[in-house]
Design a protein around this ligand. Structure first.
Ligand code: NAP
Length: 472
């Protein structure tokens, strides 16, 4: 099946195509256009031409367009979930959950389109400011370049496209090479919703060609990127004075204090560690458990991990499937091996069945092993003992990353201390760091990124504050 890019409201073929393979079966599933610089230029020009149309649309009409996308996606929910399952190897149950969230994200964007406003500024608070009225407005930036990863190909795209359009910008989207079909599906919905030509464009192809041009072309006013820290930092270095939002990786951790209900904590930690084979930016990678619960926690956690079932991503029974690429599976295996060499114990997993890495639990992992201090982005979790919650906070903070952290405790004082001291973008008390709903502010500190998403917050990143002063 030969696909086409979506540019200026038209489906555009390219000179070059590449096969797209299913992560689970290795079978070819589509032929994807590999846009060259000329095609990217065309998309940026179309988006620039559409800026005057979109910024003049009243807020209620922008809201209607986004609402229509949400409604159309709801009507084709199952089809959308199957696209994700096939191209990303995401188990169909998990893929459906992503589509349900995506529908909500566009709905939030429709609602927020009506709430974009500035404030009045009391200028007479300053000597010399009297006799003037001042207010701010939030103006769209213009063309937004959106570059997205493979792991939530519908919802993380929605977190960029929804807020950008809600705020009156136009968008050129470059999806991850492994997950272009979700983005092209969205283009179909946008077209059906009546999106003005050029307001939303999808250009498929490599990061080096398409991504690079979005980052360097002066007509693109903002780059909103979700992906790996290495690519994110490179984008930041090349983007000059463009607005840049970076949602990057992490090695997220959860702290488990004494006196908690393990029957509640363990299933959540299993979900956090192994949902979509750990290929989630806020996946639970490190679990720190107080000494007195440690033995029981490991025993019960391993028993539960062993009940997870691997299989075809389209099977209703599959809890996990293949990782995104065999090279990624091999990297995770190498890191497990390195931890073993450094004295870690494999409590379960550590083997590959077909293209699937089994859920893997490690204990006794030293802090400098890659599975602890780098982002595994695979179904691998370590469980280490701690003396106290304070000790756990130190270990969580001993990281280059800082996206979200979870703390299970029944002690209000410790919860508040963790909230104060954890160096992350979000502290989740009595749940895992993997908790996210789509309107909350979300983003990281340190090498986990800069800027915030969550529809309202992303709109702040994608607008410029303008001041108006009126002398009476
Ligand atoms: P990735 O390899 O960094 O790719 C992300 C996107 O960047 C893809 O579209 C990729 O295109 C593009 N790209 C690659 N090189 C580029 C360049 N030189 N210039 C511009 N764009 C370029 O990340 P991934 O493997 O898809 O996703 C996994 C990473 O995303 C993990 O680190 C994860 O933690 C992070 N993530 C973070 C969040 C968050 O919200 N904080 C959410 C999800 C994922 P190609 O596919 O064509 O290479």
């Amino acid at each position: 099946m030969k696909k086409a890019c979506y540019i200026g409201g038209e489906w555009v073929t390219c000179a070059e195509y590449s096969p797209l393979y299913s992560p689970y079966s290795g079978q070819e599933i589509a032929q994807i256009p590999q846009a060259d610089t000329h095609t990217v230029q065309k998309a940026i020009a179309a988006a620039e031409d559409a800026t005057s149309v979109i910024r003049r649309l009243p807020a209620y009409q922008r809201a209607v367009l986004l609402e229509k996308i949400s409604i159309l996606m709801n009507e084709r929910l199952e089809e959308a979930a199957r696209i994700i399952a096939v191209e990303a190897g995401k188990p169909i149950k998990t893929a459906r959950g992503e589509v349900i969230r995506t529908i909500q994200t566009y709905k939030f964007a429709a609602e927020e389109a009506k709430r974009l406003h500035g404030e009045t500024v009391p200028l007479d608070a300053a000597i010399g400011g009297e006799g003037r009225i001042a207010y701010t407005v939030r103006e769209p930036l213009g063309v937004v370049g959106a570059i997205t990863p493979f792991n939530f190909p519908m919802n993380l795209v929605a977190h960029k496209v929804g807020p950008a359009l809600a705020a009156g910008n136009t968008v050129v989207l470059k999806p991850a090479s492994q997950t272009p079909l979700s983005a092209l599906f969205l283009a179909e919905l946008a077209e059906q919703a009546g999106m003005p030509a050029g307001a939303f464009n999808v250009v498929t192809g490599s990061g080096a060609v398409v991504g690079d041009q979005l980052v360097t072309d002066p007509r693109v006013r903002a780059v909103t990127f979700t992906g790996s820290p290495a690519v994110g930092m490179d984008i930041r270095n090349r983007a000059g004075l463009k607005r840049v939002t970076l949602e990057l990786g992490s090695n997220s951790a959860v702290i488990v204090d004494r006196d908690v209900q393990l029957s509640e904590v363990i299933p959540r930690c299993i979900f956090g560690a192994f949902a979509y084979s750990g290929q989630v930016c806020i996946s639970v990678q490190r679990i720190y458990v107080v000494q007195e619960l440690y033995g029981e926690f490991v025993r019960r956690f391993v028993a539960e991990a062993l009940t997870l079932r691997g299989g075809d991503s389209l099977s209703e029974d599959a809890d996990y499937s293949a990782m995104i690429h065999p090279a990624e599976t091999q990297r995770a295996l190498d890191w497990i091996e390195e931890a073993k060499q450094q004295g870690a114990r494999v409590e379960c997993g550590g083997k590959v069945m077909g293209r699937m890495l089994q859920p893997t639990v490690l204990t006794g992992v030293p802090a400098d092993a890659k599975v602890s201090c780098q982002e595994v982005f695979g179904p691998v979790v370590l469980i280490n003992p701690i003396e106290s919650v304070q000790h756990g906070i130190k270990l969580v903070n001993d990281s280059r990353y800082g996206l979200q952290a979870g703390v299970y405790t029944n002690h209000l004082g410790l919860a508040l201390q963790a909230a104060d001291e954890l160096q992350v973008g979000g502290v989740i008390i009595n749940d895992i760091p993997t908790f996210r709903v789509d309107h909350m502010p979300y983003g990281g500190v340190k090498e986990s990124g800069m800027g915030r998403e969550g529809v309202k917050y992303a709109m702040e990143e994608l607008t410029e504050l303008k001041l108006v002063v009126v002398k009476r």
